[in-house]
Design a protein. Structure first.
Lengths: 146, 178, 647
């Protein structure tokens, strides 16, 4: 019995330790999902958010030399100004969905540390115009070499 | 009594299964769009045939607003016959189906309409403002508007007969307030 | 025509599987061998039909048969030949066919291997396998039919997801599924054991090799996935704690636990309940994994579309869990009278702790994965936990597990005496501490890195100690050194296979630690001729070129790399597929033992004058792949048939 009790106590200790580690981990890395409307309603500076919405056409500003990316994210109701350092992923673009991770700054914009562009199975770029676009691109790039 | 404790083992699986089943309720397909319950943003565009169409003019009817594109395969191809079929069935009951073609070429859109023999009004959102107003992420997305012009349901992905009928019937059954 | 033929074959296969499962079950219950034999024939029929379906689908792919909807969605006229074959399992429906085919194959192997010699358990195991196979065939018929007619027949298909046009992406699902489906067999035997009440060692002995094989393929699948993620996706990482990745990792964790705890049952007749539960849990997790990937219940960048398939999988998972656990409860009495644990300081104890830690890690991963669901159900708020959570909780667990790798094989059974401890662990502990001190002296300041060094050296020395001691014993008997070593490996192949696998894990651990602690990265924009610097390397942008391929356009950047002397030219690229909404980035890299150079092409000016690139210098990542190779060798050694052990 004594030995069994030792093992039960050992088990409880391990479970408690695990529980504590999980609790600490969760509270430290919890990320809240919000839409632009929800964020604008009650933004908390410094809190980790995951913000989902659509990039407003015409709002995208990308400065390659300084790697500054700025755009506005909207969900149809509210908009949130966003800033990010670095190239956005390939799927990212105006008029497309995106999910950002980051925090709200006291200066009134959302600082995105991670941009995850939404990959929708149905969403597909127009067949023809893309072809024309790529042929153009090839031509201009090849022109460079001559 | 002791014999019964052992049956806790299979029962232990139930909460986990229940939690996973809960995941179906909050299906990402039924995006709880913040627009639901709000008045639908109005627009006035020309249909593919050139006639003017203003959303406000359909106030008082149940509106099924469907965002699509000719390049959206296979989902838009699946739901086109569904929309046409139900349009023909419901048009005399105070329901109108309006298609909004986004990011598309006119010829491709006309071909799509011809292939599927669509007869409901379709406009082209050339500037993209309507899609932004409605928070459209991708295609197809369908908004169901009630008779007061409020967005009631947003459906992401191909619309099925079931979804169409259940939603429209529900909206039709509501008494229209002045 | 093709679609109808394929669909018809699927239906017949489903019918046969259902019949076979029932026949085997009734045959098992009543003892009528004729029924069991009939079930065997049905199983063969299923295998032939599923293989034909697979072949038919491949044929449809190769002949551009766009009348089959799956073909139209996954290829187009530009898809290269090779990818037209491998693309068959590239999307949901194809993956179900692949899974079903593997299950059918494993069933045939089970029949061939166990039809004689496992008289009691075999029929029930066969019934279980056929029942599970029937479920997957049901999914193929109802929820994800690969043979659906496409009307009107399009002139050209949509095309394969460009990310799948890669060797890694092609082998990854195959290896992974071989692992997942492989665990079905031990589960089937566990069910047979519970039903017949023979929960002793027979079912374990029968499934030992199956377990190692399944475990190995799962490990391989995970490693290939990491490799693919690293060298294709362009974010410089190999593991993101994404829900779909976690779904494959959880059964690996419990499967590893099972691999170890069987040894305790073999030696000491203990942990029988624990073992059966672990197998049920592992199989349940494989089902959970496939449920997660296909139901869309938890958002993931990997997830396929959802539909009725999620409901089907969840229902099946519920049936499996409730039945299996119900059987455990029913047989509760039989699990009494086990050996007792004698001491905390013993091999049994080490193995038990190993199991506890692995299950704890699996629980952590599970908890973190379903946390968004949980938080929404409980508080109505959608919250997720990212990589920091998983790393924070799991790293201590994994480090402890690595430590146990050194303790377990050497510590004595039942109760380790002080003499035993000293003899086995003095050198390893001393050298481990020395290694940490040396690391510190060399400038390593990260506590994690120091601990990892200490633990890996500790484990490596224990292996060396054991091996040298055993070799020396044989040398004393007159053998010469190489035959002595070879003989050791072959005669005790399970033990030494295990040691080599542990060595592989050590190497992987060092690779993971190095990449975490010491990798650096930067992002910059360069004009032609300009140079970027990172970690002693210089990257000069030479220019952009463009190329047209059969189904895509490619833009390639040329960068000359040097670190004092010119090392070569890196050519990261971007591929533009017309049917895709965005280009796919192709990383170029220079792999090395100590570090990898990693270059991703970001944005570029249309005239090719300017380019934005992401640079990474990743340390020790190659060790992860090398560790994987070592692991493979160890697993192969362990699977070899046992030589007759002489005294």
């Amino acid at each position: 019995m004594n030995r069994r009790r030792k093992f039960i106590i050992g088990g409880v200790v391990i479970a408690a330790a695990l529980g504590y580690m999980i609790y600490a981990g969760v509270t430290q890395s919890a990320v809240y999902f919000v839409t632009p409307a929800e964020l604008q309603a009650a933004p908390v500076p410094g809190k980790a958010y995951r913000l989902g919405g659509m990039v407003v056409p015409g709002s995208l500003k990308w400065e390659p030399r300084s790697l500054d990316l700025a755009f506005t994210l909207s969900d149809g109701t509210a908009t949130v100004p966003v800033r990010h350092k670095g190239t956005p992923p390939d799927l990212f673009g105006e008029g497309r969905g995106a999910v950002l991770e980051g925090s709200w700054t006291a200066d009134g914009y959302f600082k995105a540390t991670l941009i995850m562009a939404k990959h929708s199975e149905e969403y597909k770029a127009p067949h023809d115009s893309n072809q024309a676009g790529y042929r153009e691109l090839i031509k201009t790039l090849r022109g460079e070499e001559r | 009594m002791k014999r019964l404790w052992r049956w806790l083992i299979p029962l232990a699986a139930v909460p986990v299964l229940a939690l996973l089943a809960y995941g179906f309720r909050v299906s990402p397909r039924d995006i709880p769009s913040p627009l639901v319950g709000r008045p639908a943003p109005v627009f006035a565009l020309a249909t593919l045939e050139g006639a003017p169409l203003s959303l406000a003019s359909h106030h008082g009817k149940v509106v099924v607003l469907n965002f699509w594109a000719s390049w959206c395969y296979p989902a838009c191809y699946e739901e086109a016959p569904v929309l046409e079929r139900n349009w023909r069935g419901y048009r005399d009951r105070g329901v109108v189906v309006v298609g909004v073609d986004i990011q598309d070429k006119r010829e491709a859109a006309l071909k799509f309409v011809g292939d599927f023999r669509l007869t409901f009004p379709i406009v082209q959102d050339l500037k993209g403002t309507v899609s932004v107003d409605y928070g459209v992420y991708g295609v197809p997305e369908t908004f169901f508007l009630d008779r007061q012009g409020r967005i009631r349901v947003k459906h992401v992905g191909a619309v099925t007969d079931d979804v169409f009928r259940v939603t429209v019937d529900r909206l039709l059954a509501e008494a229209s307030s002045p | 025509m093709t679609a109808d033929l394929g669909y018809g074959m699927t239906l017949v296969a489903l019918g046969l599987a259902v019949y076979g499962g029932v026949a085997a079950g009734v045959g098992a219950k009543t003892g009528r061998l004729a029924l069991v034999e009939s079930a065997q024939h049905a199983a063969l029929g299923v295998f032939v039909l599923v293989t034909s379906c697979f072949a038919l689908l491949t044929y449809a792919f190769l002949t551009f048969d766009f009348s089959v909807r799956y073909v139209a969605t996954n290829t187009n006229l530009g898809t290269p030949f090779y990818y037209r074959i491998t693309g068959v399992w590239g999307a949901l429906e194809g993956s179900i066919i692949l899974w079903s085919w593997m299950l059918a194959l494993y069933t045939i192997i089970l029949i061939v291997r166990h039809r004689v010699g496992a008289r009691e358990l075999y029929p029930w195991a066969l019934a279980t396998m056929l029942g599970i196979l029937a479920f997957f065939l049901l999914v193929m018929t109802v929820a994800a039919p690969p043979f659906q007619r496409q009307v009107p027949v399009p002139a050209d298909g949509r095309g394969l997801n460009p990310l799948l046009e890669d060797t890694g992406m092609i082998t990854h699902p195959v290896a992974l599924y071989l692992g997942f489906t492989g665990f079905t067999v031990p589960f089937a035997f566990a069910m047979a054991a519970l039903i017949t009440g023979r929960i002793g060692d027979t079912w374990l002995a029968l499934t030992r090799r199956w377990t190692i094989v399944a475990w190995y393929f799962l490990s391989l699948g995970l490693l290939i996935g990491g490799w693919w993620s690293y060298h294709v996706l362009g974010w410089g990482g190999y593991w993101a704690w994404d829900p779909v990745e976690n779904a494959a990792f959880m059964p690996w964790l419990t499967g590893t636990a099972f691999l170890h705890s069987v040894m305790i049952q073999e030696r000491r007749r203990m942990l029988r309940l624990w073992n059966i539960s672990l197998v049920i849990l592992t199989f349940g997790l494989t089902l959970f994994g496939t449920f997660l990937t296909r139901s869309g219940v938890i958002a993931s960048v990997h997830a396929f579309t959802q539909g009725s398939i999620g409901v089907l999988f969840l229902s099946f998972l519920a049936v499996v869990l409730l039945t299996a656990l119900g059987l455990v409860a029913w047989r509760w009495e039989a699990f009494r009278s086990e050996g007792e644990l004698d001491s905390v300081v013993s091999r049994e104890s080490a193995f038990l702790l190993n199991n506890v830690l692995l299950v704890a890690a699996a629980f952590t991963v599970f908890f973190g994965t379903v946390f968004p669901l949980l938080s929404e159900a409980v508080r109505g708020v959608k919250v997720s936990v990212g990589a920091p959570f998983f790393n924070q909780v799991n790293i201590p667990l994994f480090l402890s597990l690595v430590f146990l790798m050194g303790v377990g094989p050497l510590i004595a059974w039942r109760r380790a005496s002080r003499e035993n401890l000293q003899r086995n662990f003095l050198w390893p502990v001393a050298l481990g501490i020395l290694a940490a001190a040396a690391a510190f002296a060399l400038g390593v300041r990260s506590l994690l890195a120091a601990l990892t060094f200490a633990t890996t050296v500790f484990v490596a020395v224990t292996i060396a100690v054991d091996f040298t001691r055993a070799t020396r014993a044989r040398l004393r008997l007159g053998e010469s050194i190489l035959p002595a070593m070879g003989g050791l490996l072959l005669r005790h192949n399970r033990r030494y296979g295990g040691f080599i696998v542990h060595l592989g894990i050590l190497i992987i651990a060092l690779g993971v630690m190095g990449s975490h602690a010491w990798s650096v990265q930067t992002e910059t924009t360069l004009h032609r001729g300009e140079t970027a610097e990172l970690a002693g390397y210089r990257f000069r942008f030479d220019g952009l070129t463009a190329v047209e391929e059969s189904n895509h356009f490619k833009v390639i950047g040329a960068f000359t790399v040097s670190n004092g002397k010119v090392l070569g030219v890196l050519r990261p690229a971007k591929k533009f597929y017309p049917q895709e909404q965005a280009p796919i980035a192709y990383v170029d890299y220079r792999l090395g033992l100590r570090e990898d150079l990693y270059l991703v092409l970001g944005d570029f000016a249309r005239d090719g004058s300017q380019v934005t690139i992401k640079l990474q210098v990743n340390r020790l990542v190659s060790w992860i792949w090398i560790g994987g190779l070592v692991l493979t060798l160890g697993a192969l050694l362990a699977i070899l048939p046992e030589r007759h052990k002489s005294a």
